[in-house]
Design a protein around this ligand. Structure first.
Ligand code: GN1
Ligand code: MG
Length: 379
């Protein structure tokens, strides 16, 4: 029976790995990646590598839904080989299920580690940014004919910003500890922006925006690049693939990929990377987004980092219960970075709106400006 213990937080329940149908004995296991929610391990067995994860049951109310969505998505992708997008395969358990449960009810899954790929910690050149735009676009095109009803909701209200604001305000009202200077500043910056948080949800409620299948978390960490060609080949971390707005994905992708962290407050929104990502995305999706969706892209680019700031800040006030931290203060620090990013995005609103118009052809009707996706340079 294999048993692995890594510090206090990272423990693999006894015998878990033995219950998966691996073709070779396990040779190594180590904690892996920087995920803040699930526990993640890299497993080596024979010549192959695998990713073992315990789904965080306090975040995902019904972890089986994640597994079932993954199967739906894999099946769908198999009928669309032309997309070229690689979906990590689940390794079945010996009992034939796609996951195993530990004695405490925790759900574990094992997935192939897509070989010959690597992740990037930051984007250094516009070609990488174009790859990001292409893969996100390819994903949205791939799922555009997958009916949203086929996917279960894995994380209800995930990107519903007004709910996150409400939760923040409730937690703040009950917060009685002394407020540090950094905390007071973050609260003031949030409070100054509390009026525009409904922009996407109002459009969603009014039926102005189509509900699509989305990834939910397409940050840079979740994109795999071919080691040799540099092409983006896979979008991983498919736990939050569910019905939503395309804005959640575009906002999340840009807040993660375009933050050069070089401005005041440790953030800086790189317009050249934004142009490269959106240009390649528009080229790849070629008319998928409608005029109303395009109209609200700037709002999404501003709102999703704001939402993440709210989520980090709320978690800080609640004593770090949601996002994994290694020390007190990390959530507050991360909230500060996202808020600085929001401020920088606000100062660049005109330029970002111009980029959206150039990439998507203004109101979303008429031909795209193809140059945007092909020859992007700094500026
Ligand atoms: C969480 O666990 P991870 O790192 O894949 C979070 C995302 C945040 C991200 C910030 C389900 O993702 O929404 O953007 O942290 N995932 C969930 O780093 O809340
Ligand atoms: Mg994630």
């Amino acid at each position: 029976m294999n048993e692995f213990v890594f510090g206090n937080a990272e423990i693999i329940a006894p015998g878990i790995l033995d219950r998966f149908a691996l073709p070779a004995p396990v040779a190594g296991v180590a904690p892996y990646g920087g995920g803040l929610i699930n526990a993640t391990f890299l497993v080596t067995a024979g010549d192959a590598r695998y990713i073992l994860q315990r789904i965080n049951g306090s975040v995902f109310p019904e972890p089986e839904r994640i597994i079932s969505n993954l199967s739906v998505l894999a099946e769908h992708a198999a009928t669309h080989a032309e997309s070229g997008l690689r979906i990590p395969t689940l390794i079945p358990a010996r009992d034939g299920l796609s996951f195993v449960r530990d004695a405490g009810g925790g759900l574990w899954r094992l997935m192939e580690f897509i070989p010959d790929t690597r992740g990037l910690t930051r984007i250094d050149d516009p070609e990488q940014a174009r790859e990001v735009g292409r893969i996100l676009g390819r994903f949205h095109v791939l799922v555009s004919d997958l009916p949203v009803e086929r996917l279960a909701v894995t994380l209800p209200g995930f990107h519903v910003t007004p709910n996150h604001l409400e939760c923040f305000e409730r937690v703040l009202a009950a917060y009685t500890a002394v407020r540090s200077e950094a905390l007071s500043q973050a609260i003031a910056r949030v409070t100054a922006r509390r009026t525009r948080v409904d922009v996407l949800e109002a459009a969603r409620r009014d039926g102005r925006l189509p509900i699509r299948v989305i990834h939910g978390d397409p940050k840079l960490d979740n994109i795999l690049f071919d080691r040799v060609t540099g092409r983006a080949v896979s979008l991983i971390d498919l736990d939050t693939v569910q019905a939503g707005l395309v804005h959640y994905d575009i906002g999340d992708c840009l807040r993660s990929c375009c933050n050069r962290r070089d401005g005041p407050g440790g953030a800086g929104f790189a317009l050249d990377l934004c142009r490269a990502i959106l240009g390649a995305y528009a080229h790849e999706t070629d008319g998928l987004l409608d005029a109303a969706e395009i109209e609200l892209l700037y709002d999404a680019i501003r709102l999703i980092p704001f939402e993440l700031a709210l989520r980090f800040l709320t978690d800080h006030l609640e004593g770090d219960r949601y996002f994994r931290v290694t020390e007190r203060g990390q959530n507050l620090h991360k909230a500060g970075i996202q808020l600085a990013l929001v401020e920088d995005i606000e100062t660049k609103e005109r330029e970002i709106r111009d980029i959206v118009a150039a990439c998507f052809g203004g109101g979303g009707v008429g031909p795209r400006d193809r140059r945007c996706g092909k020859s992007v340079d700094n500026g």
